[in-house]
Design a binder for this molecule. Sequence first.
Ligand code: ADP
Length: 307
Amino acid sequence: MTEIIRARNLVKRYNGFTAVDGIDFSVRRGECFGFLGPNGAGKTTTVRMISCVSPVTEGELVVNGMDVCREARQIKSILGVVPQEDNLDPDLSVRQNLTVYARYFDMPRELANQRIDENLALFQLVEKQHEPIWALSTGLKRRLIIARGLINQPKILVLDEPTTGLDPQARHLVWQKLRYFREQGVTMLLCTHYMEEAAHLCDRLVIMHQGRILVEGSPAELVEQYAGREVAEVRVSGPQRERVLAQMASRPGLTVEEVEDILYIYARTPDGRAQMADLLLESESVSYHQANLEDVFLRLTGRGLVE
Ligand code: ADP
């Protein structure tokens, strides 16, 4: 698979504040590449530079062989952008929103109508096409914003938190559509802080924090490397806590993270669950789960509130 986006030492500063602090990554053609991180990590700033709406302060950023500083217009023609906010035109109908958007791409009217019909059908919006925007639910608006981003048949679809605020049914429908586009060979960039979404959709991802990339890999690789197989969360105090911590030293397959009165114990070996059960035998308030991307995220970016 070839590289479609390359960033080298990419920096973005706003009046001296560094929002993106010298990051490197490459996105392969046809993959879904995720940007994860807490609020303020620099995800949106990064995808806004890729989308040529925010100028690069320093470094190299090449999209489909073109430099974002010199070839913004050509890059925009191959991008589909699904922004975080609802920026549909409230005075226009569903169909009119798509028609107006298609004009940005200088498409002949017939081709635009054909693409609009295809996308309305794909996103199950045909019956709603003459409705005003205010009459749509959040889920329908999201589907329309994604449909709109696909009007120019983009090579790269940039999605900034595409399912925030959706109920589980609407979220699963969006995921299903996004998987379909990935199967069609569309490269996708996905900013999200839903770990389940990233695990579901991303082939590879980076976790960002304070403008930097902390780690990069597939969801499975990251889980294995940073969280292991199983996690126990246990509330213990006093001598019992001291005993558990003291015994950790003789159990090389286990690692511990202390967060206030809670211990998170991570097991990487197949017998990890048995080892943890043995260690935590007397504790009532223990719960176990299979290690997941959320554990990786919280271990790397901290469990405290960012804002
Ligand atoms: P994320 O998408 O990961 O939540 P952002 O890229 O939106 O993070 O923001 C990264 C940092 O840059 C934040 O501290 C944010 O306040 C700051 N920032 C974003 N846009 C601007 C701007 N236009 N002017 C000044 N600071 C900004």
